[in-house]
Design a binder for this molecule. Structure first.
Ligand SMILES: Cc1cc2nc3c(=O)[nH]c(=O)nc-3n(C[C@H](O)[C@H](O)[C@H](O)COP(=O)(O)OP(=O)(O)OC[C@H]3O[C@@H](n4cnc5c(N)ncnc54)[C@H](O)[C@@H]3O)c2cc1C
Length: 167
């Protein structure tokens, strides 16, 4: 999804040619069919089964990116091959996935309990296992949508308000 956001916006901002390079095949892409369609409508090119190896530069800046072709080996693992593909370009964006980073929770203080996905566990009122500490958005669920985060904030605020009225 991030790659498609960047590619489409780059094109709309005037980039002449934009290519998305993906390490697996088309059917493995995480971006939704709607987003992929959006990319095709905006004349974005796709290269599948490649992984970045090297960015080539000159004094003027980036001149190309080199990829290794990839294949799935017999154990089902994605493996780079010796076949190199070079794509001339002047700008490269890295669009990697993101995950919940819990290292900032590892301080000396008491920690909130985590859920099965390794994110912060909350009850129906968005309260964590720590009394009076609420959480919402990407750090608690797996949908990672703005509308969800806003809804969690609203629900948590209502629960906090109710709790304060009882106290
Ligand atoms: C490229 C991209 C495109 C996206 N496109 C869409 C889209 O089209 N539609 C959609 O619905 N969603 C989209 N999302 C997902 C959406 O951005 C998130 O679901 C949403 O921002 C989650 O809100 P949040 O408040 O939970 O977390 P965030 O918006 O990530 O806010 C968390 C904040 O906490 C701060 N923070 C983190 N750790 C600490 C710490 N230890 N101390 C203090 N502050 C800290 C961070 O700096 C950040 O400001 C996209 C995400 C990305 C990355």
């Amino acid at each position: 999804m991030t790659a498609i956001d960047i590619a489409v916006q780059s094109k709309k901002l005037g980039a002449e040619e934009v290519t998305i390079a993906y390490r697996r095949d088309k059917k493995s892409m995480g971006a939704s069919p709607h987003e992929q369609e959006l990319a095709h409508k905006n004349d974005i090119s796709f290269i599948y089964n490649v992984q970045p190896q090297k960015v080539t530069t000159s004094q003027a800046g980036i001149t190309a990116i080199e990829f290794n072709r990839t294949r799935i080996d017999s154990s089902g693992k994605l493996t780079p091959t010796d076949t190199i593909l070079s794509l001339p370009c002047d700008v490269v964006f890295k669009a990697v996935g993101q995950h919940f980073e819990n290292s900032s929770l590892s301080a000396e203080e008491e920690q909130p309990r985590l859920n099965q996905q390794g994110r912060i566990a909350v009850d129906d009122n968005y309260q964590t296992s720590l009394t009076g500490v609420y959480a919402g958005g990407d750090c608690i669920n797996g949908k990672d949508l703005v509308v969800e985060a806003v809804n969690h904030g609203t629900q948590a605020a209502l629960a906090i308000h109710q709790q304060l009225q009882q106290d």
